[in-house]
Design a protein around this ligand. Structure first.
Ligand SMILES: *Cc1c(COP(=O)(O)O)cnc(C)c1O
Length: 358
């Protein structure tokens, strides 16, 4: 690229992405390891077949039918005007930053958090400010509000459950953060369906908070990372703002059709969530016996520390055919929760590396 007149802020940067390695046990990108139900696969194939005949036409630019279905899935009395969908929640977040961030504006997030928030901020020319968490990765209402008042961001990112730490935020934190800013508040709930019971969604806070936006995705709990379908719920005015920056026909006919079919199979798809949560809790319970310290998780992954050299442990697990994620936090690693056999493979590799201490 050296000969090209690339934007100065992009020079020397590398493209984001975890290694896509051909390994037996892949637990590094928080996908759902469970295969899609066969009847859903057949239903998508049939619907795509029918829709293919209409591919000479552009898709419904407003994706009204899909947004209506998404509103029905979320509940909480949400209406189609409050829903918006795009190619993954990453694109939804990009559209939000295009509308509410941009040059001369700033976004605040609480590190460690989802690494795409700063990257999408950079791509849209939005300055990203690294906020702080407590030593145990928690975030209190007072600490969050204090940092928000100090930095006055135009866009605030709250990730709940937080990637890579795994824990959900209390609604008190989200409400206090909202009250502390005049900017937009984006609650990234990519993992909401995996939260431990009794963990309320920020969707319950939407009424009366027009600057609050909740983003969701079909990539994780729905097990459809390959579909590329993310969405938001918020005030109808937020949707109108996003429409000013979205590309026309951004969401293909095939994506819209496939997502609608998947939503009709939501109960069957979400059955895997309970299985994943059981394996997650199994990992959280098992790791301390190997001298490792897991962070409480509301997600389909577990962050754990306690090793001297996390990079070495990552390599040693890979040598045993288990790929997990080095999230760039020295002393910590993140493992995605897969199927029962994958969890067993991970735990048995861990036990080879670290014989049980009790
Ligand atoms: C995986 C993930 C997403 C999902 O992105 P998609 O573009 O919908 O696949 C969003 N936010 C967080 C925090 C994630 O971990």
């Amino acid at each position: 690229m050296t000969g090209l007149p690339v934007r100065p802020d992009l020079r020397g940067a590398t493209p984001y992405g975890a290694p896509q390695l051909d390994v037996a046990v892949r637990l590094n990108t928080n996908e759902n390891s469970h295969p899609l139900p066969a009847e859903l696969v057949a239903a998508i194939a049939a619907a795509v077949g029918t829709a293919a005949a209409g591919l000479n036409r552009y898709p419904d630019r407003e994706a009204v039918a899909l947004r209506t279905d998404l509103a029905g899935y979320l509940g909480h009395g949400l209406r189609v005007e409050q829903l918006w969908a795009a190619n993954g929640s990453n694109e939804v977040i990009q559209q939000l930053l295009q509308a509410f961030g941009g040059p001369g504006r700033s976004a605040l997030g609480f590190t460690p958090t989802y690494s795409m928030h700063p990257i999408i901020s950079a791509g849209t020319g939005t300055a990203f400010v690294d906020g702080r968490r407590e030593a145990d990765f928690a975030l209190t209402a007072a600490h969050a509000a204090d940092q928000i008042r100090r930095h006055k961001p135009d866009v605030l990112f709250l990730c709940s459950p937080n990637n890579p730490t795994g824990t959900a935020l209390g609604l008190d934190v989200i409400a206090a953060a909202y009250d502390a800013t005049a900017g937009m508040v984006i609650v990234d709930e990519a993992y909401a369906e995996f939260a431990r019971s009794g963990t309320p969604s920020a969707l319950t806070l939407l009424p009366g908070r027009p600057r609050l936006v909740v983003t969701r995705t079909m990539s994780k709990a729905f097990g459809m990372a390959g579909l590329r379908l993310g969405y938001l719920a918020g005030d109808p005015a937020v949707v109108d703002a996003v429409r000013l920056v979205r590309l026309p026909y951004h969401l293909s006919t095939l994506t819209q059709v496939s997502a609608r079919v998947a939503l009709t199979h939501a109960p069957a798809l979400l059955e895997t969530v309970a299985a994943v949560k059981a394996q997650r809790d199994r990992i959280v319970v098992a790791l301390p016996a190997y001298g490792l310290t897991p962070v409480p998780s509301d997600a389909n992954f577990v962050l754990f520390g306690g090793m001297d050299d996390s990079t070495r442990m990552w390599h040693e697990l890979l040598e045993r055919g288990v790929l997990i994620r080095d999230v760039g936090l020295p002393g910590w690693l993140r493992v995605t929760v897969g199927t029962e056999p994958e969890t067993s493979a991970f735990l048995s590799a861990v036990s080879e590396l670290r014989p049980p201490t009790r």
